[in-house]
Design a protein around this ligand. Structure first.
Ligand code: FES
Ligand SMILES: [Fe+2]
Length: 373
């Protein structure tokens, strides 16, 4: 496959830190590049698919599709969370839809029945000398758990999940204890990278969110935080003297209590960690100009009452709608021959986008060195 612009990505990534540029429009609109990304950066990566407490009880499950792979996230009778292929081993029917609780999964086509760990319990009237029900089971994908999030890799040979060195940013928030209060999903008509970049830059905050966010997280108080292998972060600092948004964990400093720490785990998770509120977006790319976006909201202990939680959900729905409208307006324009590689603002505002570009370029260099591309 010929990858358009691959040298262009390396050229942009090699620019000096004081003159960073973004990727040109075609990087977000070219189906060939998207296929290349699916084969490499996306298939190879670890993807966050949700929070552990989305499946709090034995038998709880939810399904999703990641890069054309139907997945079933399920808590087994042993209490362990597994990510199984949601694909019957008879003739391929999906076993579960949506979310719910089950004691076993019965295929809707010919009633093959699977245990929660994916092993086959029953397949009636199967007289086939080549079929061994004892070894028949649903494929189990690799999983990792970090701070209450569930990560999955579709690639059995991928590097193990490497926990991001985000302690300097997140250590005191007690992220793993946050309790799920809301989740939702939408289809957005934009490229997956546009949402990663949009969520991770503070430059647009006051412009795109003048009513919803500007009062709490104005652009001018955005500050770049730690970045490293597979992650970046920045702080959306609150103005001095605004009312508290919840005390959060006892170990938080005043500085931490008065900011939202936004972080990305590349390729597809972006999240906002505040003292009492944790919002995470999980990006499931569908094609070059469409994504499924799942988002969850979690809270710290009993910091926020029900009315405040309802207000926060409504606020984030509005914020997401504002971002979605911008990205869906942007996507067609990125096809223009004049959607050039434009200059990025300084580190505090758009340094995270440069981190993403450097990361993408590094992934492609791995492909070049091992001949994947
Ligand atoms: S496809 Fe599932 S039992 Fe036939
Ligand atoms: Fe935004």
């Amino acid at each position: 496959m010929t990858i358009p612009h691959d040298f262009e990505l390396q050229r942009i990534a090699a620019l000096p830190a004081d003159r960073p540029m973004c990727m040109p429009g075609s990087f977000y609109t070219d189906p060939v590049r998207f296929e290349h990304e699916c084969d490499t950066v996306l298939r190879r990566g670890w993807h966050c698919v949700g929070r552990e407490d989305e499946v709090p009880n034995k038998g709880d499950y939810f399904e999703l599709t990641l890069l054309n792979e139907p997945l079933l996230v399920v808590r087994g009778q042993d209490g362990a969370i597994r990510v199984l292929a949601n694909v019957c081993q008879h003739r391929g029917m999906p076993l579960a839809e949506g979310a719910g609780n089950a004691k076993k999964f019965v295929c809707s086509y010919h009633a093959w029945t699977y245990r929660l760990d994916g092993s086959l319990l029953r397949a009636s009237q199967m007289n086939n000398a080549g079929f061994d029900p004892k070894t028949c089971k649903l494929h189990q994908h690799r999983v990792h758990f970090w701070k209450g999030f569930i990560y999955v890799s579709l690639n059995a040979h991928a590097m193990p999940f490497q926990e991001p060195e985000l302690d300097a940013v997140l250590a005191n928030y007690e992220t793993e204890t946050f309790r799920l209060v809301h989740r939702d999903e939408e289809i957005w008509n934009c490229n997956w990278k546009c949402l990663v970049e949009n969520f991770m830059e503070g430059y647009h905050l006051s412009v795109v969110h003048p009513i919803t966010l500007h009062g709490y997280t104005p652009t001018q108080r955005a500050r770049k935080l730690a970045s490293g292998k597979d992650f970046t972060s920045y702080a959306a600092n609150y103005p001095e003297g605004i009312p508290s948004r919840g005390a959060g964990a006892p170990g938080l400093s005043d500085e931490e209590r008065n900011r939202s720490a936004l972080f990305a785990l590349f390729p597809t998770q972006v999240a906002s960690q505040a003292a009492s509120l944790l919002v995470s977006l999980y990006i499931f790319p569908l094609n070059v100009d469409q994504i499924r976006v799942k988002w969850t909201m979690s809270v710290y202990g009993d910091d926020l009452d029900d009315e405040t939680i309802a207000q926060r959900i409504a606020l984030w729905e509005e914020v997401n709608a504002e971002d979605r409208a911008k990205l869906e307006r942007l996507q067609p324009t990125l096809k223009s021959a004049y959607a050039v590689s434009g200059p990025l603002a300084e580190d505090d505002y758009e340094g995270t986008i440069r981190d993403f570009v450097l990361w993408l370029a590094a992934q492609d260099r791995v492909d070049m060195s091992v001949g994947v591309a």
